[in-house]
Design a protein around this ligand. Sequence first.
Ligand SMILES: Cc1cc2nc3c(=O)[nH]c(=O)nc-3n(C[C@H](O)[C@H](O)[C@H](O)COP(=O)(O)O)c2cc1C
Length: 569
Amino acid sequence: MQPKDVQVFPIAAETTLLRSRTWDRLKFEAEYARQRGTTANTYLIRGDRVALLDPPGESFTQIFLSALKERQDPAEIDYIVLGHVNSNRGKTLQALLELAPQATLVCSKPGAIALRTILGDRLPETVAVRGDSCLDLGGHHRLEFVLTPTPRWPGELCTYDSKTHVLYTDKYFGAHVCGDQVFDEGAAIYRADRRYYFDCLMAPHAVQVAANLEKLSKKPAQLYATGHGPLVRYDLSELSSAYRDWTQQQQTRKEAVALLYASAYGNTGTMARAIARGLETAGADVKLVDCEQIDPDAIGAIVANTAGFVIGSPTLGGHLPTQIQTALGIVLSTADKVQLAGVFGSYGWSGEAVDLLAGKIRDAGFSFGFDPIRVKFKPTDEDIARCETVGAEFARALKRRQKQRPARLVSSDSQTARTEQAVGRIVGSMCAVAAKKDNRTELVLVSWVSQSTFDPPGLTVAVSKASGIEEFLHSGDHFALNILPESKRWQKRFAKERSIHGDTLADLEIGTTENGAPLLNGALAYLECRAENRMDCGDHWLIYAVAESGKVLDLQGVTAVHHRNSARA
Ligand SMILES: Cc1cc2nc3c(=O)[nH]c(=O)nc-3n(C[C@H](O)[C@H](O)[C@H](O)COP(=O)(O)O)c2cc1C
């Protein structure tokens, strides 16, 4: 394999590209299956002042600095502009700043926060730019900044040079592909790589990407200077409109379901059509695919654009037919783990196919929207009705899932933020702890509630020390745990204030439990609790209480769950 190197190329007036190249796949691309190598593109703009845009990550630190020093004295670099900040760049930045201690770092505000974590004491003067900020390098090189945050890169920043009409697009419009070609002449050869890059890095954040594309389109760019892969000169308008189409497709894919099947004698096909009817009745958009009739390459594209997949197969000779084996391989390598799965099939006596499918899909980490369905030979009317029902259930489960998934998963580069994010993924049910003493009622929203003992039935609840209620929760005190249903009403009410007491209780209908504890009208269930013990834990008290009695008030209701982006949100 060709060794790593740095390709240097002038791309516009006083503007040089330094492309750190690897023909191998980099560590950070673990998610990226197309092994075509990559380039980390850095740009040097020499106006009256010198700006270096986007030094590469640590895989290239030494070769990049050697190549840079041959062309530019680092001691004369005025600005280092960072389209995004991550720890992978930390090592190169540290080495670069030793050679260029005079340089000012330029990045977005979230970028500056991440830099503080990465560089610590060694952080030099840093300018956090806003969306309307400009940096005049002299010689008519005026850098205009466009903030393009996505949950994955909250601090992303693109830069436009109004002299050269070059738009430095950081993560946008790139591709992980390595070669000698700097620009994209014969652009069609890159389209599959660019689409794959989009699917891996942009598609999950389609809403934010669409908004950012809109901002970028305001710059009259003649060249997209990408962060990775070939620069976009020849495919500029087509790639821009393809990005818009792809984001739009992504936003409408929400409840599409890929229903893949094969059927030698028509029985599994009958089941497939019944499941499809059920799905459609419940509002899903079904892509029904007979795997014997489709080019396997098309299966990946279909599955990548759906929120769930269902696979049906007959058992033939104790196995899956080849077309289903192929389809399964494609599905498992393409589908996102958040996609919901389903399995069905007709059989004659042993019926291994459904178990095989379910086992592989389960082992790959997917969860199911219905229990696998097996039908012996020809489906009866009852079987067909059952297939329709599970189709509809699957569509509803999909809707619920999408509602429950947090709108934004903000990824971060600092270890602390990553830990907080991970802690934030622990979900808890939304409850209101309510207590009354001396005619004073206090009510506080909590989501850190957990059953702790079976005998006696006991639970722990964490209550903020800042909330007024903690003084009502000493050993022997009684309180009610009101378990809230999924409802916008409660979300809105508690968005205003989490801790409610005094006059602000007036808009709530509060009854009493049998033991006289405050019961919130509209609660899904309640538990009458007696505090037994408490532990001093940082900014919270952890209360252990015994549930003395309780009742589910709405048997059909679903408990509200508190999804968070981070431990602090
Ligand atoms: C050649 C052949 C092999 C079969 N092997 C099995 C088998 O190993 N186990 C089983 O349960 N059924 C087996 N069957 C029965 C089929 O699974 C059954 O007929 C099923 O309804 C076919 O579904 P389809 O109409 O969707 O193709 C076999 C059928 C044929 C024709």
